[in-house]
Design a protein around this ligand. Structure first.
Ligand SMILES: [Zn+2]
Length: 95
């Protein structure tokens, strides 16, 4: 997957979730694979491009959800699971 394909994918998923990330960056990170800043900027480590689809989706959804929920509370976890299941089902059906 190319960086542009990745960014388009993130935007598409964000749109489905009714979210609007301000910026999406791919940049080498030191200790984690992704982050979400309080001003709506998402950063992903380029290694994410080589992750299997399910892992990649999990990371994308996790960061996108942080635009709405800054913590990892119950609601966050429940929504993450729901969105992940739906997205995977959707992709199996339409690919
Ligand atoms: Zn998190």
């Amino acid at each position: 997957m190319t960086p542009n394909e990745f960014k388009e994918d993130v935007l598409l998923i964000a749109k489905k979730m009714g979210l609007n990330p301000k910026e999406i960056h791919l940049r080498q990170m030191k200790r984690k694979l992704a982050s979400c800043s309080s001003n709506g900027r998402l950063t992903f480590d380029p290694t994410i491009l080589n992750e299997p689809e399910e892992t990649r989706l999990k990371i994308i959804l996790h960061e996108l959800l942080h635009l709405k929920y800054p913590n990892h509370g119950k609601m966050f976890k429940r929504l993450l699971e729901t969105y992940l299941k739906e997205e995977i089902r959707y992709r199996r059906e339409f690919s």
